[in-house]
Design a protein around this ligand. Structure first.
Ligand SMILES: Nc1ncnc2c1ncn2[C@@H]1O[C@H](COP(=O)(O)OP(=O)(O)OP(=O)(O)O)[C@@H](O)[C@H]1O
Length: 258
């Protein structure tokens, strides 16, 4: 059984069909890239999986459990984390504080334990800090540790966002255009970090990405969306040669694969 199994998802906004019968499977630890021209439905699919949108039809099973109808918070507690197209961090908190917020699903302390600062609460606090520090080491974020996120370069903010998602110890990580706005050098750096993350922590990853060079290097499988439908799925080299994919990216003149 796949870790994630989305079947027959439909999502419409008035007359716009953002998703029309979309299915997507992701195996445990698999690295899948989701590509497609602007407006193809990539972010809408992420929003359905993470509970921000409710599809009008279809089902989404994660670890055998139905996600449609659950709140985003509930879904994230099941082990699904995401990053956003536009960075969504607490800008006036430090890198470490943002990572600790990502740990909230692992914090066992209730209000009373915290207010009384019981030994159990301290142990929990220490464990949360240790885990956040491990992620700081993994992503080389030492310089961001004690600095408010707003004061950090954009590329580092993107890494802090990745770190916060990882702090949730997800089984599945959804990354929405994590390399947008990065220089070619920063993109390579980001890709190396992502590979380190996979080696060390092993989450399944779904990457929405416009940079095909990065997609082809990073992924085991590529899924192509166009106008709300999956038009191809397979190994990167295979998908790259698919005539429908070439048409969606280069033909028609209305999309443009950024
Ligand atoms: N909240 C919304 N209200 C109305 N229309 C929406 C909404 N969200 C998405 N859409 C529409 O659904 C379609 C798919 O959009 P979506 O953002 O999912 O595409 P995308 O593949 O992520 O595009 P991009 O690469 O530009 O981010 C588009 O036509 C978009 O305008």
């Amino acid at each position: 059984m796949a870790l994630l199994e989305a079947r027959g998802l439909d999502l419409a906004f008035g007359g716009v069909r953002a998703l029309a019968g979309v299915s997507l499977e992701v195996g445990e630890g698999e690295f899948v890239s989701l590509i497609g021209p602007n407006g193809a439905g990539k972010t809408s699919l992420f929003n359905c999986i993470t509970g921000f949108y409710r599809p009008q039809a279809g089902s989404i099973r994660f670890g055998g459990r139905e996600l449609v109808g659950l709140s985003p918070d509930r879904i994230s507690r099941l082990g699904l984390a995401r990053t956003f197209q536009n960075i969504e961090l607490f800008r006036y908190m430090t890198g470490l504080q943002n990572l600790l917020l990502g740990r909230h699903r692992h914090v066992g302390a209730g209000f009373l334990r915290a207010a009384l600062a019981t030994p159990g609460w301290w142990r929990d606090e220490e464990a949360q800090h240790r885990r956040a520090e491990e992620i700081i080491d993994l992503l080389d974020l030492q310089l961001a540790r004690d600095v408010p996120v707003a004061a950090l370069p954009y590329g580092i903010q993107k890494l802090v966002e990745l770190g916060r998602a990882l702090a949730q110890e997800p089984r599945l990580l959804l990354l929405d255009e994590p390399s947008a706005g990065l220089s070619a050098e920063e993109k390579d750096e980001f890709l190396f970090k992502l590979q380190d993350v996979r080696d060390a922590l092993g989450p399944a990853i779904v990457l929405v990405e416009h940079d095909l060079r990065l997609v082809m290097r990073a992924s085991e499988r590529v899924v192509v969306l166009d106008r709300g439908r999956v038009i191809a799925s397979g190994a990167p080299a295979e998908v790259q040669r698919d005539p429908q994919v070439v048409e969606a990216y280069l033909g028609g003149g209305d999309g443009g694969a950024a």
